[in-house]
Write a protein that binds this ligand. Structure first.
Ligand SMILES: *Cc1c(COP(=O)(O)O)cnc(C)c1O
Length: 219
């Protein structure tokens, strides 16, 4: 397993249209630096504390994405530096992100997570809830956040038809919302096991961990 080779291979495969978030959760700084030295600048983590520790010690031109479920009381730790929060699933959380962004004199980009998988364990909004949030007067008052699109996680399944159906559905929700919200530009879908399907379904951003860094022992 060669991290730098994996980065190069994936970048070539994804081309210009699909951006790569290298998911470095549980991996040491040395692995991240190897990817960095191969040209990767965008990394994703699923725990705020771990991401903050890595941000403190690693090169400052890295863009950090939070891809995991976010607890409101921890938003303040990443607000000074996070560049995209993928899994926003409530107006309450958007308000908290807006408040902390304002304190840091920043605008923080977010994606709304849509629940597309069958599994109960997965978080997210349904399409109608996302629509309501985006249309609400309360949301429109939030000047320090920008919702740039949607994120979703498909069911872990070998049945390609299930995964494809879920990604197709997410893409249709994205296209529909984009009509009213032209600022939408990111459709974050696809992980190591399903990114090829996600790309054929219109993904613009894939989140790839184990196919770059190797298997994780936990998480
Ligand atoms: C861990 C994780 C990934 C990457 O998973 P791999 O299967 O290792 O590519 C992508 N998205 C989210 C939200 C994750 O938590």
């Amino acid at each position: 397993m060669e991290i730098s080779e994996n980065i190069k291979k994936h970048k070539e495969e994804l081309g210009e249209k699909v951006s790569l978030v290298a998911i470095s959760k549980t991996k040491p700084n040395s692995d991240i630096l190897e990817a960095y030295n191969a040209g990767q600048r965008v990394f994703g983590e699923n725990k705020i504390q771990e991401m903050t520790e890595k941000w403190e010690t690693l090169p400052k031109d890295i863009e950090w994405h939070m891809v995991g479920h976010v607890q409101r009381n921890k938003v303040k730790y990443m607000a000074p530096f996070v560049s995209l929060i993928h899994a926003v699933d409530s107006l309450k959380l958007l308000k908290e992100i807006n408040k902390e962004a304002e304190k840091n004199e920043r605008t923080i980009s977010c994606l709304l997570q849509i629940k597309i998988a069958e599994e109960e364990s997965k978080f997210g909004l349904d399409a109608e809830e996302a629509k309501e949030i985006l249309a609400s007067p309360e949301f429109q008052k939030l000047n320090n956040i920008q919702v740039k699109g949607l994120m979703g996680m498909a069911t872990f399944s070998d049945d390609e038809a299930i995964v494809r159906g879920e990604f197709d559905y997410l893409r249709s929700v994205y296209v529909d919302l984009k009509k009213k919200h032209p600022q939408f530009e990111v459709l974050s879908m696809g992980m190591s096991g399903d990114y090829k399907i996600a790309i054929t379904c219109g993904s613009t951003m894939v989140r790839i961990g184990s196919a770059i860094f190797g298997e994780r022992n936990y998480n």
